[in-house]
Design a protein around this ligand. Structure first.
Ligand SMILES: C[S@@+](CC[C@H](N)C(=O)[O-])C[C@H]1O[C@@H](n2cnc3c(N)ncnc32)[C@H](O)[C@@H]1O
Length: 242
């Protein structure tokens, strides 16, 4: 069985924390988090980062096969956290794939809901067209400065164009981190990459508790595939509680 991690996380079928009782705390991860936190889109949710870090430890400890994929990267903070943990573990045969337009969010749609539409149209919001844009060259430079160039691979473009082409190159996926907010983006990631997630691997939906359309995309996908997975948060909190 695979594991689906939606919201903060949970496995396709099983909550990771139940299987893995050596969950590290924020304090234990502090120096690693400090290194990448400045590149996470504000407001950076530390609990979510702690969960992602622990999921990385689960896949490495339990030898879940495959690479790590993030869809929706912005300046690279969460992807760098995952790459840094590969580096710290001395892992050379896996990498983190960073998929993004590197041109900001696509246009918001009615299905994304009133809250998302308000955010997209607020020039102060990080999901506005201007503030959601992080150029590829800038993010690649940061990867090099953090010593993570050998642990990362970048794919620039809109998901509906890049994922169908790149998924064969990606191969098996141990951890799929989906952080792209809008309905069509989340759906595109699930449609193209879910089948690549390894037995025992994870899908982490960052926005499950935050944007209605992300929740909708996840439930529609699971229902269409007749996948009876329970959606849980490992930490038992919603995003709004961070
Ligand atoms: C919330 S930000 C990601 C934050 C990031 N994970 C972090 O750790 O800070 C969402 C990102 O998704 C990207 N994105 C959303 N929909 C996309 C699509 N359909 N194709 C390509 N990129 C997309 C945007 O460009 C933006 O960088």
């Amino acid at each position: 069985m695979r594991n689906i991690s939606i919201g903060e996380q949970n496995q396709k079928g099983h909550c990771a924390q139940r299987q893995f009782n050596a969950w590290l705390s924020e304090a234990e991860l502090a120096s690693t988090l400090d290194k990448v936190k400045g590149f996470v889109m504000p407001p950076a949710c530390t609990d979510a980062l702690v969960d992602v870090a622990n999921l990385m430890r689960v896949i490495l400890t339990l030898n879940v096969p495959g690479d790590v994929v993030e869809c929706g990267v912005w300046r690279g903070g969460t992807a760098f956290l995952m790459a840094e943990l590969l580096k710290q573990a001395g892992v050379r045969d896996r990498k983190v794939w960073l998929f993004d337009s590197f041109e900001g969010m696509p246009p918001v749609e009615e299905i994304d809901g009133a809250y998302a539409i308000k955010e997209a149209n607020d020039p102060e919001s990080f999901l506005s067209p201007h503030k959601s844009r992080a150029p590829l060259e800038e993010v690649q430079r940061t990867a090099s400065e953090l010593g993570l160039a050998n642990h990362t691979e970048f794919v620039k473009g809109w998901f509906n164009e890049t994922l169908p082409v790149a998924r064969d190159r990606v191969g098996e996926i141990a951890l799929l981190h989906i952080d792209c907010d809008w309905y069509s983006s989340v759906r595109c990631c699930l449609d193209n990459l879910y089948d690549r997630v390894a037995e025992g691997g994870f899908v982490f939906l960052d926005d499950y508790y935050h944007y209605d359309a992300c929740t909708l995309a996840a439930h529609e996908f699971l229902a269409e595939r007749r996948l009876p997975y329970r959606i849980e948060s490992i930490e038992g909190r919603t995003w709004g509680g961070c």
